[in-house]
Design a binder for this molecule. Sequence first.
Ligand SMILES: O=P(O)(O)OC[C@H]1O[C@](O)(CO)[C@@H](O)[C@@H]1O
Length: 533
Amino acid sequence: MSLSFSAAGLEVPEQVRAQLLQDDVAARLIQKDATLWGPEAESEAAVRLGWLDLPASSRSLVAQLADLRAELAAEGIDRVVLCGMGGSSLAPEVICRTAGVPLVVLDTTDPGQVTAAMTDLERTVVVVSSKSGGTVETDSHRRAFIGAFAAAGLDEEQIGRRFVVVTDPGSPLADTAAAMGARAVFLADPTVGGRYSALSAFGLVPSALAGADVGALVDEAEQLAEHLGDPANTAMELGIALGGGFRTGRDKLALADAEGTAIQGFGDWAEQLIAESTGKEGRGILPVVLESVDAPGSSGPDVLLAVVGARAPARGPAVGVDGPLGAQFLGWEYATAVSGRVLGINPFDQPNVTESKENTQAILAAGLPDEQPLATVGAVEIRAAGALLDGVDLTATDGLRLALDALLGAVPPRGYLAVMAYLDRLRDAAAADVRAAFARRTEHAVTFGWGPRFLHSTGQYHKGGPQSGAFLQLTGAVPEDLPVPDQPYTFGMLQAAQAAGDRKALADRKRPLLHLHLVDRAAGIGQLLDALG
Ligand SMILES: O=P(O)(O)OC[C@H]1O[C@](O)(CO)[C@@H](O)[C@@H]1O
């Protein structure tokens, strides 16, 4: 089966469909017509449409990866750790979860989570994936693992053999990989952007090494690719729904895996694709990843529900996209590119992501800010930007709830609340429950992201999209920090600088922001959930 599309209760302005048809968008897209997104996007689009070729061009990787997996297995190496951010790790995570094979994904700077990944080293291979080769999180992971292997007694040559690298040709990481004698280096197609790279070496290498059937993924995508020139193909229908939903005020896309579907966690991948592609120039579609189809936030006046792995629920407004994972990846990429044309933006750049990165670097160089809490309630230090908490009695017994209510009250009409947790997403997993707890208390869309991972995803939308967000930042105490070898900072300092850098980017935009620092993470999360009822 390829991909099927269904919709319920969604009224798409006829003009959206008619215009796409009249402009011959389906045929022009598969011919890689870089003029589809306007003159300003043309030069970027000209070097960003290679993802359309991947169902054919990635096939040669399949046998090569099976051989590499067998070679590693023969040496007793069967545990795969993937270091990569955003487009360099989100697809492998969905692929491996869906296939039910273990893959340790490191897309964090949390010292506890990084330390916990450095176990079972005798059977571990580390895949370092970075398109640019310059992403600080990924480079820090690479350094930490080199240190850990050395501490375990491996010599330089043996250490190099524990690394597999995926990067673009000519990137600094390609040089580093050669210098460290990496076991294998996969140079990806540079005309494929990070969030469109699921079916490239970025998606396939770690997944295949972990044991997923990547040949099947390529087959599934290829079956859909054959139809993409058809003006009424299913991916085009999805693109029309996304763009048409936006035009009718449904600019929040609630994403859920269908109950019982084999596909696991698709929303986290689609979130980056949609947020980074469309959230710019003051507009965009905000993806809201739901815990289930019926979770709070699945409906609302500005919400379009998208169910992955089933038909659209009759209650609508909703779309359903059914079909295997390989086809889903390609179909959503195509639909996002189409919706970019409807929105009138360039779906291939991420102009506001560098800002937080630059803030992080500046803070690391200048030293972390010394911020004093406005109040401490149990395990939670309350900090805020601007006048958000003016007049709020934080000394009251329910001071924390009052602060949270003040934040909710600051969400503008048709706005959203973003919860951003710079915590350990395994040990502090309960923090994610905050999303549904908030969503039960408000009509506004509520999103949740783990920092710094969301900086490479919804972070673009927060800063480049409509300025209608209110933000809750969670940070936590670091009981045991971890050095980043040969750098003047630790993981804990990097994590804190990333959080502070993003606070600055949001404060510069005068966005309402509440910062809660959990001096005891588990107790603080519990308190927060209690306060939200
Ligand atoms: O693969 P890289 O270059 O390390 O980038 C990781 C991620 O960072 C971003 O470039 C921007 O945050 C994403 O678009 C990308 O997927």
